[in-house]
Design a protein around this ligand. Structure first.
Ligand code: ZN
Ligand code: MN
Length: 475
């Protein structure tokens, strides 16, 4: 922990659960659509177009507020946040201001990070502006810019923390936990590109606060903060004044670059939008959503420890990503060695995914493939070493372990005479097991394993099983 560092986050979450935009009926999913084709007078910001609130957004705002232990406003008020920028043709964004005469949907909450409390200052609902495209380079180098209004008006939650974070790593953990909570609430499919973005405020002792805009993933946030801490500390040491400014995270070069000096809140001239009447949030409505509240990551981790007898650390890692926790439960629904499954998923599967920048949802290794892998391991047909070899290919190709074992000739001895010789040797040496196997077919696996041992795991599994069964009169 770095005591001279203060970090606060402003996280923008795309409410992907909503099928239409925040104030009009255009679809909010514009994936694959031509630029500026998913628009209407409202989300283009044409004069005289009247916004109408998508009431489902209120539900997701309240669910998030409850999950983050916030106080919920009695009234939902939308404000105009004025600024002049090409991504917002009406020159204001419809957002929520937390100040005199206005209120955000929720405030004063927290997220627990192990034993530490990270306070949530407020949550508000707002519309996304249009997307600015830089066709011939980056924001700093492109010769011209284009505007795509498909994104304009899509629903966002803005979640703002107090400056309680003290290191890049902590900020990353916070975002991962927040992401998992939002996924469990069903609000955000965070595997969608740019579904969650953060503005990062960082200051070191002796300097002003610097904001880094629009950082994509938790990993990028971690890197951007590490870069800023080093840069700001070096400036302070050299006696250079750190001024209040907004910077941009250059994802390619992995550095931050100056963008502009920061506006203050007064510059935005917030006032309640006269087109949108206040929407009252009754205690009954909050109670209704409390009852609809799904299981959240912390509760799920607790349940995992009790139900599957795994360690709290393992449970924590698994629930950190909803898709991973789901995969774990899908596998253990059929394959009951819980610790073995947890270990494989945490140590081998996730490590490889992280190193190769692939998400659980993108992985083609599905639950039944991994179950099959364990069955091969238990029957002694393959070793844990081969599992580690097979896993990356299963993830990339979606092929079953059986297919891969065959293709790679990992068990390539199919010579019947040779196999028979080895099997006879084993049956001779393992008289006790042979007797057991006649009563309990499961013991056949043990005999197969012994054949594998003798052949350096290269005996054809299917042939070996069949030949042993035949010899024992079980076929
Ligand atoms: Zn529209
Ligand atoms: Mn915002």
């Amino acid at each position: 922990m770095d005591d001279d560092v203060k970090i606060g986050l402003e996280v923008h979450v795309h409410i992907t659960a909503l099928k239409t935009k925040l104030f009009c009926s255009c679809p909010s999913d514009y994936t694959g659509k031509d630029p500026n084709t998913v628009t209407c007078p409202v989300c283009l910001g044409l004069p005289g177009a009247i916004p109408v609130l998508n009431e489902n957004a209120v539900k997701y705002g309240i669910l998030t507020a409850l999950a983050l232990n916030c106080q919920i406003a009695e009234k939902l008020i939308f404000d105009r946040k004025h600024y002049f920028y090409p991504d917002m043709s009406k020159n204001y964004q419809i957002s929520q201001y937390d100040g005199p005469g206005s209120m955000a949907i929720a405030k004063d909450g927290y997220i627990k990070l192990n034993d530490k409390i990270i306070r949530i200052r407020r949550i508000n609902i707002e519309e996304d502006p249009a997307k600015i495209v830089y066709p011939t380079g980056s924001i700093l180098t492109s010769k011209y810019t284009l505007l795509d209004y498909n994104r304009s008006g899509t629903p966002l939650l803005e979640i703002v923390t107090e400056p309680d974070l003290r290191s890049a790593k902590e900020a990353r953990f916070f975002l991962e936990k927040l992401r998992s909570i939002l996924e469990h609430l069903g609000i955000c499919d965070c595997s969608i590109e740019a579904a969650m973005k953060a503005d990062v405020n960082i200051s070191v002792k002796g300097g002003e606060r610097v904001e880094v805009k629009n950082v994509g993933s938790p990993k990028d946030v971690e890197d951007a903060i590490n870069y800023e801490i080093a840069r700001q500390r070096a400036s302070v040491l050299q006696g250079i004044n750190i001024k209040r400014e907004t910077r941009h995270w250059d994802n390619e070069r992995r550095v931050t670059v100056p963008l502009r000096t920061k506006e203050t809140e007064e510059d935005y001239r917030y006032f309640p939008d006269p087109d949108l009447p206040p929407y009252s949030i009754t205690p009954e409505l909050i109670e209704k959503f409390k009852r609809e509240m799904p299981e959240l990551p912390d509760q799920r981790a607790e349940r995992f420890v009790k139900q599957y007898n795994i360690t709290p650390y393992q449970a924590q890692v698994l629930v950190n990503e909803k898709a991973l926790a789901d995969l774990f439960e899908e596998i253990t629904n059929k394959y009951k060695n819980y610790t073995k499954v947890a270990n494989l998923l945490i140590n081998d599967y996730m490590r490889w995914l992280n190193e190769n920048n692939i998400t659980v949802t993108q992985s083609k290794a599905k639950a039944n493939h991994i179950i099959e892998l364990f069955e091969y391991l238990d029957s002694g047909l393959i070793s844990i070493k081969i599992i580690k070899e097979l896993l990356p290919e299963m993830i990339l190709t979606g092929k079953t372990p059986g297919q891969l074992i065959k293709e790679k000739g990992m068990t390539n001895i199919k010579d019947e005479n040779y196999l028979e010789k080895i099997i006879d040797e084993v049956l001779n040496e393992e008289k006790e097991a042979v007797e057991k196997a006649k009563r309990d077919p499961k013991v056949v696996n043990y005999l197969v394993g012994m054949v594998m041992k003798k052949t350096g795991k290269r005996a054809d599994p299917q042939m070996t099983v069949e030949m042993i069964k035949q010899k024992l009169g079980l076929a």
